[in-house]
Design a protein around this ligand. Structure first.
Ligand code: LHQ
Length: 264
């Protein structure tokens, strides 16, 4: 189903499961993997059959950020334009994940470092194996946290913890990340994929339109005034109230049965 072996893709029960697949490099990003991931997320936008995305990594790591071998400074030549790399590769994917009006679940199966950590944090619900750790590795190589890292860390954790993680590059273990509210849950390693799959499948069987509008609202809250947010809730509830899934949800409640949502 995928055009590149660097991102394995499989669509089952409405869940598009994407597995970053360069395990010998801890799934660090090269250009091929960037483009493959972006194409898959775009497909999740375009294909109504996809009702949730589950992102994970192959092997013992989730993702170690950019492949540092790609721009070996020992080879000489002019300094690379990393701003261009962000604009061309990372930023479009980050925006697509946030704009996708379908739940994106991330199962962090092992170390998530650099941009790999921050891509995980851009997802909607993050589960991590207890052995997984999050590392803002950038300070070790003279860079700044990118892939939305300064934004999500500061917003989720506040300045004290965001600064300490970013300035020290100390690993943050999954359970502490969950305690701090940076991720949803840390689960036993052996249970991670079963739990993440169950969650993704339940999301995919849900009222996709309403879930997508909910995602949009929550993401808007930080920059909206209460007044603006109340107006937005009014408008989007009006839209949700016209959906087939609202009619089905209420009917199922009144008939004391499980709802059969179609995502419309
Ligand atoms: C790797 C990598 C890696 C290549 C492990 N690249 N091979 C954006 C704009 C443009 C450019 C610059 O970057 C960015 C954003 C960024 O993401 S910058 C941050 C890049 N990432 C890092 O600095 C993390 C580098 N990796 C590490 O610090 C460690 O590998 C961690 C802490 C993630 C895991 O440590 P270990 O569990 O001890 O594994 P390891 O270091 O032995 O790695 C296993 C293999 O994976 C190893 O290869 P080898 O052939 O020796 O077995 C590593 O070289 C390779 N690998 N990360 N980013």
């Amino acid at each position: 189903m995928t055009t590149s072996e660097t991102v394995l893709s499989c669509l089952e029960a409405g869940v598009l499961r994407l597995t970053l697949n360069r395990p010998d490099k801890l799934n660090s990003f090269n250009e091929e993997m960037h483009l493959a991931l972006r194409a898959e997320i775009q497909r999740a936008h375009d294909d109504a059959v996809v009702r949730a995305v589950l992102l994970t990594g192959a092997g013992r790591g989730f993702c170690a950020g950019q492949d540092l071998g790609d721009r070996d400074p020992r080879k000489g030549g002019p300094a690379p334009d990393l701003g261009h790399t962000l604009e061309t590769f990372y930023n479009p994917t980050l925006r697509l994940i946030r704009q996708l009006e379908k739940p994106v679940i991330c199962a962090v199966n092992g170390v998530a470092a650099g941009a790999g950590a921050n891509i995980a944090l851009a997802c909607d619900i993050v589960l991590a194996a207890k052995s997984a750790k999050f590392i803002q590795a950038f300070a070790k190589i003279g860079l700044i946290p990118d892939a939305g890292g300064t934004w999500s860390l500061a917003r989720i954790l506040g300045e004290p913890r965001a600064k300490a993680l970013a300035l020290t590059a100390e690993p943050l273990m999954a359970e502490k990340a969950a305690d701090w509210g940076l991720i949803w849950k840390a689960v036993d390693d052996a249970d991670l994929m079963a739990e993440a799959t169950k969650l993704a499948e339940s999301m995919a069987a849900g009222p996709t339109l309403g879930l997508g509008l909910t995602k949009r609202l929550i993401q808007s809250a930080a920059t909206n005034s209460l007044d603006a947010q109340l107006d937005m809730e009014r408008d989007l509830q009006q839209q949700a109230g016209r959906s087939a899934d609202y009619a089905e949800g209420v009917t199922a409640f009144l008939e004391k049965r499980l709802a059969r949502f179609t995502g419309k």
